[in-house]
Design a protein around this ligand. Structure first.
Ligand code: ZN
Length: 180
């Protein structure tokens, strides 16, 4: 397994629309394992393949406190939405920024597992919100797109400044340290 570098806003690669997964093979399993390792190390509760510059419709999530409920969603699509949930969201690709986003409270999704089996699931609470956030990534959308242009400008400036201050130390530092 390997930790992968996470793309950061406003990297244009985050705007890529992900393609449907058609091969449910060993390569897919390896990439899913890498995505989990990257998400847990970040640490985050969800990660879309887009964020690690792999443009296929794959999402990993674990919203449990003790990191014991890994969930994989392959080619997920929302069949139905219900209610409204407003909460503070953050994103591994927009580090240190949190803001209010309104999502559906309950969703029904059709998705595939790593073996390619199709299943339907009802999701609520944090898991529902997280999946909607990750699905946006697969469409090239970010949570900051829901904010005003003024807020986005402020966020870009803040992230630019932080990147300059970090200087030569990239956000992939942890991944690099693990490379033998
Ligand atoms: Zn995100």
């Amino acid at each position: 397994m390997a930790q992968l570098p996470i793309l950061e806003y406003p990297d244009p690669r985050l705007r890529t629309k992900a393609a449907t997964v058609t091969a449910f093979d060993a390569d897919l399993k390896r990439r899913v394992a890498d995505m989990f390792e990257t998400m847990y190390a970040a640490p985050g509760i969800g990660l879309a393949a887009t964020q690690v510059d792999w443009h296929f419709r794959v999402i990993v999530i674990d919203v449990s406190e003790d990191r014991s409920q890994p969930e994989v969603f392959i080619n997920p699509r929302i069949l139905a939405k219900e209610g409204e949930a407003s909460g503070e969201e953050g994103c591994l690709s927009v580090p240190g920024i949190f803001d209010q986003v309104v999502r559906a409270e309950r969703i029904r999704v059709e998705t595939q597992d790593e073996a390619g089996r199709t299943l339907q699931r009802e999701l609520t609470g944090m898991l529902a919100v997280c999946l909607q956030h990750e699905l946006d990534h697969l469409e090239g959308r970010l949570f900051v797109d829901y904010l005003s242009e003024m807020k986005r400008q402020r966020i870009r400036k803040k992230l630019d400044k932080e990147r300059r201050e970090r200087g030569a130390r990239p956000h992939t530092e942890r991944a690099r340290q693990r490379v033998p």
